[in-house]
Design a protein around this ligand. Structure first.
Ligand code: C2E
Ligand code: SIN
Ligand code: SIN
Ligand code: SIN
Ligand code: FE
Ligand code: FE
Length: 390
């Protein structure tokens, strides 16, 4: 991942002059202040830190109080890193609120144990040579430590971090503290919203044998299909949040019908069909985009391209594209899963049905997108497989 730190190489780099330092801080402070994604804030802060102290590597760790861990994000597409608070130098610094300087990890005595189980062990695996280390805790407006910077290997002649590095990086960190807190709050709100949405969707499902992955799979299938049809990213994300709620109206369907092990009678199926209008009525008054989209999807996910669906018998493009997409996502998942009333179908049988229903039940273009993106869809199916609770 990183090239080896070469101690023979002359150190060409110099510490920043005050005006250069100010330039770096201003540049990053502006970017960070405009960033709402916490992952991006962390990565920008790490870049800024690396430039300010001229280190080979720089990581920003954030405290997760509830789990007693520090976590970090080092790159897009890479899963977050997590370490227990009690395990490393970073945790030590966050717990004590004190910075740590180490000039050479291989001769340091004070942190011998932590280094042996941390940096030195990693070096052995990677061939990297950790020498200088600096860890600086940073605080929020209330003065609580919320995380730390960890810089590794000073790239100037001195090869060690200085008090000046400490001051400069602390100064820079103080500018980002507020952005971190507001990004953390946005993330918290978004995660809470997502949980509420999935929980609402799961209420609608109420299937005795399912763990609730149905709604997550339908969300992901809808997202893949939307992007495949050229729908803009933001709208696809809104549909992904909204589609799990398509069956929310089933809250009002009696268990005797919803959980009936066998085939429904005509009267029972008429009761079942009302879940579309009930869902629509539950959601229609919201002004929020996600819930407005969810209302349309709840009402229209059983409409058919040929006009023979319910509740309104809409036809072709009279059915909103969000409804046409969710229809395929929902049926694919219903057929690929065990239900109280039926066993899961083999994939080939499902694909044959989709070919037959292209232009009948389903919008032909959405069916085409389905086949084009089948590998991604099957990946989701396998990743969110149900763990049956017998
Ligand atoms: P669901 O289980 O989520 O199924 C969604 C849709 O997937 C169904 O909408 C249907 O279009 C398709 N689907 C599911 N299983 C099969 C199948 O075995 N063969 C075919 N050709 N298509 C299938 P639909 O029919 O409007 O049903 C809506 C909801 O009504 C279903 O949601 C389910 O909760 C309930 N339901 C439908 N049929 C029965 C049944 O025979 N017994 C029971 N207990 N519930 C049923
Ligand atoms: C740490 O001690 O906090 C982590 C050391 C490392 O593995 O880089
Ligand atoms: C979502 O992001 O909307 C849900 C899918 C996930 O759990 O990542
Ligand atoms: C339906 O009843 O229309 C679909 C479900 C099934 O075929 O069992
Ligand atoms: Fe439904
Ligand atoms: Fe469903």
């Amino acid at each position: 991942m990183h090239e080896t730190y070469d101690f023979e190489k002359p150190r060409l780099k110099k510490d920043l002059e005050p005006e250069e330092l100010l330039g770096v801080i201003l540049e990053y402070a502006a970017k960070i202040a405009n960033e709402r994604s916490l992952d991006n804030v962390l990565m920008l802060m790490a870049d800024m830190g690396k430039q300010i102290v001229i280190s080979d590597r720089c990581t920003v760790w954030l405290l997760d109080d509830q789990r007693g861990e520090l976590w970090s994000k080092v790159a897009h597409g890479v899963k977050e890193l997590r370490i227990p608070l009690g395990a490393g130098l970073a945790g030590h610094s966050v717990s004590t609120g004190e910075p740590i300087f180490i000039d050479d990890a291989y001769t340091n005595v004070e942190f011998r144990e932590v280094l042996t189980s941390g940096a030195l062990r990693t070096d052995k695996q990677t061939g990297y040579r950790t020498k200088a280390l600096m860890v600086i805790p940073f605080r929020n407006n209330e003065g609580d430590v919320i995380g730390c910077y960890q810089a590794v290997n000073k790239m100037t002649d001195s090869e060690v971090f200085s008090d000046r590095d400490l001051r400069n990086l602390s100064l820079a960190a103080s500018y980002s503290g507020k952005s971190i807190e507001s990004a953390m709050l946005s993330q918290e709100i978004e995660e809470t919203q997502r949980e509420i949405i999935f929980t609402m969707g799961e209420i609608g499902e109420s299937r005795s044998k399912e763990t609730g992955n149905h709604v997550k799979r339908v969300a992901e299938y809808s997202y893949i299909l939307a992007l495949g049809l050229g729908i803009p990213q933001t709208e696809a994300e809104i549909l992904k949040m909204a589609s799990p709620m398509h069956d929310i109206g089933k809250v009002a369907i009696p268990d005797s019908v919803l959980k009936k092990p066998g085939k429904l009678t005509e009267e029972e199926f008429d009761v079942m069909k009302t879940h579309t209008e009930i869902g629509y009525n539950l959601l229609k008054n919201s002004k929020r985009r996600i819930l407005k989209t969810a209302a349309v999807v709840a009402e229209q996910h059983h409409e058919k391209w040929n006009g023979r669906g319910y509740p309104r018998g809409l036809k072709g493009e009279e059915i909103h594209i969000h409804g046409r997409i969710t229809a395929i996502a929902d049926v694919f998942d219903a057929l690929a899963s065990d239900r109280v009333y039926k066993k899961a179908w083999e994939l080939d049988r499902i694909l044959n049905l989709f070919k037959e229903e292209r232009g009948q039940h389903f919008d032909p273009q959405v069916v085409d997108a389905f086949f084009e993106h089948l590998p991604a869809i099957l990946k989701v199916r396998d990743e969110y497989a149900d763990h049956l609770l017998e």
